[in-house]
Design a protein around this ligand. Structure first.
Ligand code: GLU
Length: 301
């Protein structure tokens, strides 16, 4: 049997909040309940949002919680060459084209936004002729052409989820105009390079999964299993974000022990009946995906 390999893939764009810890805990428990290995990878692709100071804090917060890792991958900011190889392989097959649309043009020409707020690209630049492209003066973003085909995932927690890539998503960006490779491409290249066999992450990324599976297929890579875990919501129904300072680890670490935080999260997840303090090791002994809830957790405090 192949070893189970999971991963933490945090973006160092702020301090972890309870929602991030919730997903990280479940990722760790899923792997460690089966004696697997955990990989840590900093997803620091976006130079405008990521900061070096958060990298150390992230590491320190995970270790304080007892969420250890066995290997660390090269951070995404240093992996351009690997992404470029994948990008060039797709480009050589004629699957990638330059897109010159401005944000305003995108919103004006696009079909209604998908459920997760993403704009469905209308394909404006798909059919530009070489002469029309030559006339453009600005640096283009690069899009992957998607087929009029359904791509679905049998999520280990949420069940079947599918999208018709052409209708529900449209051609998507794999490289931004400033040269930064897009998350969708980088995450596939990196999870495959890290030998990751299962991806456990927040529900907000479920709609990205059909695109990622399509990329796995095009690049001839083996996809992992996916488990999309519930989001933590504030009482007004908003998703917790790194802006919810009161629920970030900075403050929580001053008020609570790691076992208290983990016990509370495990209870919210459905793994414990009561929010009793518990270490990550103790929780790994009783963890099973069957116990984990699928609906969002409303955090009242
Ligand atoms: N880096 C992403 C985040 O911090 C997670 C991406 C993933 O798990 O695929 O939200």
């Amino acid at each position: 049997m192949t070893e189970v390999v999971g991963r933490f893939a945090p973006s160092p764009s702020g301090r972890m909040h309870l929602g991030n810890v919730f997903a990280a805990l479940l990722a760790w428990l899923s792997v460690k309940s089966r004696d697997g290995a955990m990989v840590l990878r900093m997803e620091d692709l976006d130079p405008d949002r990521c900061r070096a100071e958060y990298v150390e804090t992230l590491r320190d917060d995970l270790l304080w919680l007892g969420l250890t890792w066995d290997k660390e991958q090269t951070p995404q900011s240093l992996r351009s060459q690997a992404y470029e190889e994948a990008f060039e392989a797709l480009r050589a097959r004629g699957l990638i084209y330059p897109c010159y649309c401005s944000r305003t043009e995108l919103h004006a020409a696009s079909a209604p936004h998908a459920a997760d707020g993403r704009v469905i690209y209308a394909g404006t630049c798909r059919s530009l002729t070489p002469a029309q492209r030559a006339e453009k003066t600005k640096a283009p973003a690069w899009r992957l052409m998607v087929p009029d085909q359904v791509w679905g995932v049998k999520d280990g927690l949420q069940g079947w989820y599918e999208e018709n890539l052409f209708r529900d998503c449209g051609d998507f960006i794999v490289r931004r105009a400033d040269g930064v490779y897009a998350y969708q491409l980088a995450v596939v290249v990196d999870d495959a390079a890290g030998g990751v066999t299962e991806v456990v992450r927040g529900m907000d990324l479920l709609p990205s999964t059909p695109r990622q599976l399509y990329l796995y297929d095009l690049l001839g890579l083996r996809p992992p299993e996916f488990f999309h875990v519930p989001l933590l919501l504030s009482p007004d129904g908003r998703r917790l974000s790194k802006r919810d300072r009161d629920l970030d680890l900075g403050l929580l670490r001053q008020q609570k022990k790691p076992e208290e935080i983990l016990g509370l999260l495990a209870c919210w997840a459905g793994i414990l009946e009561k929010p009793e303090p518990a270490s990550a090791q103790e929780l790994a002994k009783i963890f099973t995906w069957q116990a984990v809830r699928t609906d969002p957790v409303v955090v009242t405090r």
